[in-house]
Design a protein. Sequence first.
Length: 201
Amino acid sequence: MSRGRRKHKINKRPKSPAIVPPTSTTETALLPAQAAKFEPDRTVLTSKEIFIAAPVESCFDTLAKQLEQSPNWDPIIVNAQPVSKARAKIGATSQVTLNLGGRELESLAMVSRYRPNRAISWTLSRKPKVREDWRLEPKPHGTVVSVTLAYEVPGWVIVRLLYKIRHRKQVQQDLDIMLGQLKKAVESISRDQKLRGKGKL
C-alpha cells in the first residue's frame, strides 16, 4: 500500500457519557442540531440524588408535569407555559424562564427523553444550551431520584473558569433545594393517596 493511501488512526478525545445526547435518534430528531450536541470542554455538569419514600410512579408523574406548569418545588424553573399540543412525551415544548445560578434565562424547553418510571429529560431548543436529566430507580421502600444539570458556558476559557467558580456552587445549592422540595411534595401526595385508599380523606 502506498503512503498516499495509508490510513492513519486519529486519537479522538473520549466524550463523557453524562453529556452525550440521548442515543435514540427518535429522542433527538425534533431538536435542532446545535441544541442536541453539547461540547464537553464547555459543559458544566452538576449531579445530585435523593431517596423519596414514595412509589416510582408518583415520582415520575410529578416530574412529567415539570414543563406543563410552573412547579412549586423547582427553584430553577421560574415559569413554564406549554406551547405545543404534545403533553408529557418526547417533543412536548414549553416557553420557560429559568433562574440558573442567579442568571435569568428565557427560551423554549423540549422533552428530549421520556421513559415511563425510569427517565425523563428536557433540553433548551436554542442557546444557551441547558439540559436537565432525571433518572429513577425503584427501591423496596421508595425511589432513588437523581438529576444531572448540564449547562454549556459560552465565551473564552477564562470566562468559563469564572463561571465554574462563581455560579456552580449556587447551582448545586439550587439542586439541593429542588430535590428536598420534590421529596416533600411527592411524599405528601403519596400519603394523601394512601389515606384516600383507606377512606380517611
